[in-house]
Design a protein around this ligand. Structure first.
Ligand SMILES: C[S@@+](CC[C@H](N)C(=O)[O-])C[C@H]1O[C@@H](n2cnc3c(N)ncnc32)[C@H](O)[C@@H]1O
Ligand code: SF4
Length: 309
């Protein structure tokens, strides 16, 4: 995994969907067909996220007839498609009925598809029952990338995520109860210096309670400046330097009590690449973080020019 989000590079000759760009998807969906069933994000208020702020990314839902037409065009190409990622950032805001219609269309046109995935905000599941999620899972919608970002309510409030520890946990538990899997994103550095420890400890607590199948961390980054972010912190946000980021990662790891979660901290925003399965690899990962902190140069780090979002 090199990036959690990056613009999709697709071959226009191979597949037919119409995309409103920029388009983002998790790195593990690099080989999936991207089906853009919604445009943008209906929330769009998280102060760290600039992904859908351009005018063409105003939230919009694609008509079912257009989705059907795009799937028929893909099917006509006769390329084996095994995985589909539903874009953009907030697909699960669609009603159960709309989602079921999309998945039935996928099944009709591309019966070889084995897995459908999408991003998912915790509140997207508030009005969906476990039975409904189970029905969607049976139609192959079985993996949700959930941007929890933090388990700390104060930090979540400062960044206008519109979610809390409790809302995030409820959503992750619903996903599990429906037999689907979740891949959670936590943002390293999100609380700045002041809230670093509580952000790490409460994020670990949330993960321990939820036991997601996948967990990844990204370093919060501000390619377009920190103005919007600072406003949420009343101008008092102090970004973590490298050592601060590593110290926070150490707090996170030492508080994680996961039974069987694939952990990745290898997105391009990270200086220090960490990969393993938690809990069995926790000791090794902690050793690596400690080495990076205590013996500069001992662990190779991603250089600034190699980093990105
Ligand atoms: C395209 S967003 C969609 C996620 C989905 N809407 C949600 O909130 O769960 C994917 C993820 O990118 C990450 N992201 C967005 N902006 C970021 C930034 N400025 N720095 C680091 N990660 C960022 C966040 O973890 C976010 O959840
Ligand atoms: S909900 Fe997700 S896509 Fe929407 S603004 Fe927040 S992080 Fe970005």
């Amino acid at each position: 995994m090199t990036k959690v989000v990056q613009a999709i590079r697709y071959d226009r000759r191979m597949i037919g969907p119409h995309y409103i760009e920029p388009l983002f998807r998790p790195p593990s969906e690099a080989r999936s067909l991207i089906l853009q069933v919604t445009n943008g994000c209906s929330w769009n208020r998280c102060t760290f996220c600039e992904m859908y702020t351009q005018p063409q990314k105003r939230f919009r839902i694609k008509a079912q007839e257009d989705i059907d037409r795009e799937l028929a065009a893909v099917a006509a190409e006769d390329i084996p498609i095994r995985r589909i990622f539903l874009a953009d950032g907030d697909v699960m805001t669609l009603s159960f009925r709309r989602l079921r219609g999309i998945l039935e269309s996928v099944e009709r046109h591309l019966p070889g598809v084995q897995r459908v995935a999408s991003y998912c905000l915790p509140r997207n599941l508030r009005n969906k029952t476990v039975d409904e999620l189970t029905a969607l899972e049976e139609l192959k919608l079985s993996l949700f990338y959930v941007g929890c970002e933090s388990g700390d309510d104060l930090v979540l409030d400062r960044v206008s995520k519109g979610e809390s520890y409790a809302s995030s946990l409820t959503a992750l538990q619903k996903i599990k109860a429906a037999g689907a899997r979740s891949s959670v994103m936590i943002l390293n550095g999100m609380g700045g210096k002041r809230y670093s420890r509580q952000h790490a400890v409460n994020s670990a607590r949330l993960m321990n309670d939820a036991q997601p199948e996948y967990l990844s961390t990204l370093v919060v980054s501000f390619p377009q400046g920190m103005e919007r972010y600072q406003a949420g912190f009343n101008g008092e946000f102090e970004p973590l330097d490298q050592a601060g980021l590593f110290r926070e990662m150490h707090w996170l790891l030492e508080n994680l009590e996961l039974e069987n979660t694939i952990f990745r901290s290898d997105h391009a925003s990270n200086y220090l690449v960490l990969k393993g399965t938690l809990g069995k690899d926790r000791g090794r990962l902690l050793d690596t973080v400690r080495a990076a902190l205590e013996r500069p140069g001992a662990v190779p780090l991603r250089q600034e020019h190699e980093r990105g979002l």
